[in-house]
Design a protein around this ligand. Sequence first.
Ligand code: ADP
Ligand code: MG
Length: 370
Amino acid sequence: MAELKLTGVRKSYGQAEVLHGIDLAIGAGEFVVFVGPSGCGKSTLLRVIAGLEDITGGTLEIGGKVVNAMTPKERGIAMVFQSYALYPHMTVYENMAFGLTLEKGKGKEEIDAKVCEAARILQIEPYLDRLPKALSGGQRQRVAIGRAITRDPRVFLFDEPLSNLDAALRVQTRIEIARLHEKMAGTTMIYVTHDQVEAMTLADRIVVLNKGYVEQVGTPMQLYKNPDNLFVAKFLGSPAMNVLPAEIGRAGETTTVLPEGGGRITLPIASPGTLEGRSAHLGIRPEDLTIAQAGDAPFRGAVTLTESLGEVTLIYVDIGRPDEPFVAKLPGEVQIARGTVVSLDASPEAMRLFDEEGRAVRSRARRAAA
Ligand code: ADP
Ligand code: MG
């Protein structure tokens, strides 16, 4: 159990800097997920924390001690990879015990107790005598996690551990990892994924990374409901938030927004006037749109496609921006023929405004709540 602190952490490969000064504090026992698109530096950041890569600049502290110069082993960290990395000629038991047999002063009984405890936690006791090739992908990944558990790490690192599993197994193993964190209360876990569902469901806090920078840190719901910027807003949520370029005007204490493809909308933003006459972006999540009576609704267009997912129906509407889908997520099964003209609306509280640079403009209500 240990807290981590990263201060101005930089990492370059030759001339190319891939982490540009990461500041991050992770509490003891926290489950933190690093999420971001492929190539944004998630694995590099994890490998830097593990000590598998040297830091080019900044400091890394674990449990209050600077560990920049420590080996992975001295840091008390265990890492689980996407590829399992099991020894093919060793049984499950031997794979889990191997690291411990290399340590000085560990007796056979102590090793046996640790392996059996890990096997019990992960429910792989029936497979201890099998070779990895006689296991499914999910079972192999559990062995890899078990091997990490036997080392009693202070910090657990996972790099996309579910990516090689099929969809059903991915969900099952995800739930097991959440349980594992509960059972190992107090163990700090850092989990890397590009999958926003894994991030939303597993994390105490999410760190959104983009091009080697931290975009935002917060609980899943904070990030979902109050994204700091367009990148975070569009990265979390499926289908992604609808984003429309908009012109900003002002009428007294309220701000009027004229989005491309839509009618006039009035929003209560925290500092009206600052955006007056400027361009901005209006964001509306698909689930916040509802079918409205024609007339006042700001959006209107022909349905180009519907997708029934069972519990929800997605409707794609042509609001005059041919290359950009405008999507509404409606509850239940909704039958609308292609070509039908519909009107769509959302409550002002559900609409989000971003300035020209993509930074969130807080609404009055939301600022008061924050
Ligand atoms: P992610 O895990 O988010 O997909 P990575 O951390 O693997 O991203 O990579 C971040 C960036 O660093 C990428 O542009 C990648 O090409 C580069 N990179 C990663 N490892 C190396 C390396 N050993 N040498 C040079 N460049 C690397
Ligand atoms: Mg990676």
